[in-house]
Design a protein around this ligand. Structure first.
Ligand code: GDP
Ligand code: ZN
Length: 358
């Protein structure tokens, strides 16, 4: 007989337990979705990690975009024979990240459910882009997730804490200046990395997300050693997961969609912030018009007759140039893959150490 997993380790608590009552009443077992790809799901239940798929009944009732997402708590029926589970219900979500399906207004893609905290990482020594930060914050709020600003590389600037205080006030959220190199400010974020909390981390490539996670892993690992000894539970598995347990017990969402969230949003955001210019630019004779000296430029015409402000055009051009410098999608994916590997490495490392200790 297998040792039963404790679902508290995956974020289960009183609130979920209450929300699950109607499902328990009809004999369903709780489980949490830890991976989802191409119509196949992986769910953690008390019985362990299981391949899963929705029941026909559930599939029939679920609208498009209402199928289980990573982070969802679901009601399952264990199959007698196959070791698979069938998902028959989703517990109402506390939060959900969606992305509009590319190039269309219809439909949306679920990126992750039941995230508690969205860490927005940006480096203090780079160009702080307040509009972009505001968009991230709005995204967190839309998803009903608490956004927290992490201002990285504070060792490289003299006034990290002042900047953090200013941005916290401006954006109305918590902001922490920290350094993964010197360790400054790290304790201030540890409070969010509590057991059972579900976290997501976004931010442009190079701001220090991986370094920070490694640093936190080391730090939290030391804390963990003193307070935990449930080695029997954490069995090593090699399944591809998109919801990980970090040392210390916090859970980290790492789906491709979440990783690219920032970049997608930045693309969308420029258009949203400058809809008027984008609309007029669509009238330019050349699709790649830089609104400089090109013939048939609708934007310059609009500046002449005062429909577009010259200063706004300049910030539009600056932002689009910045976006053009982003690595191409293939490279972004590669970097995202490395990030993902690192997250996995951190959690496997913990498993290894646990095993060693046991
Ligand atoms: P990611 O792409 O967001 O995961 O960024 P990385 O973690 O790979 O970091 C990018 C670069 O910034 C690396 O060269 C790191 O060594 C460096 N870096 C990360 N955090 C810090 C920090 O707190 N201080 C300094 N000085 N450098 C950092
Ligand atoms: Zn033009």
């Amino acid at each position: 007989m297998d040792v039963l997993l404790n679902l508290d380790d995956w974020g289960w608590n009183e609130t979920w337990s209450r929300a699950f009552e109607p499902h328990a009443a009809v004999g369903l077992e709780p489980g949490r979705v830890v991976a989802q790809h191409r119509g196949a799901w992986v769910v953690i239940t008390q019985g362990g990690e299981r391949p899963a798929s929705p029941t026909g009944r559930f599939r029939h009732q679920a609208g498009p975009g209402e199928l289980p997402a990573v982070g969802d708590w679901v009601g399952c029926v264990a199959s007698q024979h196959s070791g698979e589970v069938r998902i028959d219900a989703i517990v109402p979500r506390q939060s959900v990240f969606r992305r509009r399906a590319a190039g269309t207004q219809l439909g949306s893609q679920l990126l992750a459910a039941n995230v508690d905290t969205l860490f927005i990482a940006t480096s203090l020594n780079g160009d702080l882009n307040p509009q972009r930060l505001e968009r991230y914050v709005a995204m967190g709020r839309d998803a009903r997730v608490e956004p927290v600003l992490l201002l990285t590389k504070t060792d490289l600037v003299p006034d990290g804490e002042e900047t953090a205080a200013r941005l916290a006030a401006e954006l109305g959220i918590a902001a922490v200046a920290l350094s993964a190199v010197t360790g400054e400010g790290i304790e201030a974020v540890e409070g969010w990395f509590r057991p059972g909390r579900t976290l997501a981390l976004v931010g442009s490539s190079g701001v220090g997300k991986s370094t920070l996670l490694n640093r936190l892993a080391g730090q939290l690992l030391m804390l963990t050693r003193e307070i935990r000894e449930d080695d029997s539970r954490g069995r090593h598995t090699t399944t591809h997961r998109e919801l990980f347990r970090l040392p210390g017990g916090a859970l980290m969402v790492d789906t491709p969609g979440m990783r690219e969230l920032g970049l997608w949003d930045a693309d969308d955001g420029v258009e949203a912030t400058f809809t008027d210019i984008a609309e007029i630019a669509a009238e330019c004779r050349f699709a790649d018009c830089r609104h400089d000296r090109e013939p048939g430029c609708a934007v310059r015409a609009a500046i002449e007759d005062g429909r577009i402000d010259r200063r706004r055009l300049r910030s539009y051009q600056k932002l689009t140039a910045e976006l053009a410098e982003l690595p191409p999608p293939a490279l972004r994916r590669e970097r995202a893959r490395q990030f993902s590997k690192m997250v996995r490495h951190v959690s496997e490392d913990t498993q290894a150490r646990k095993t060693y200790r046991g």
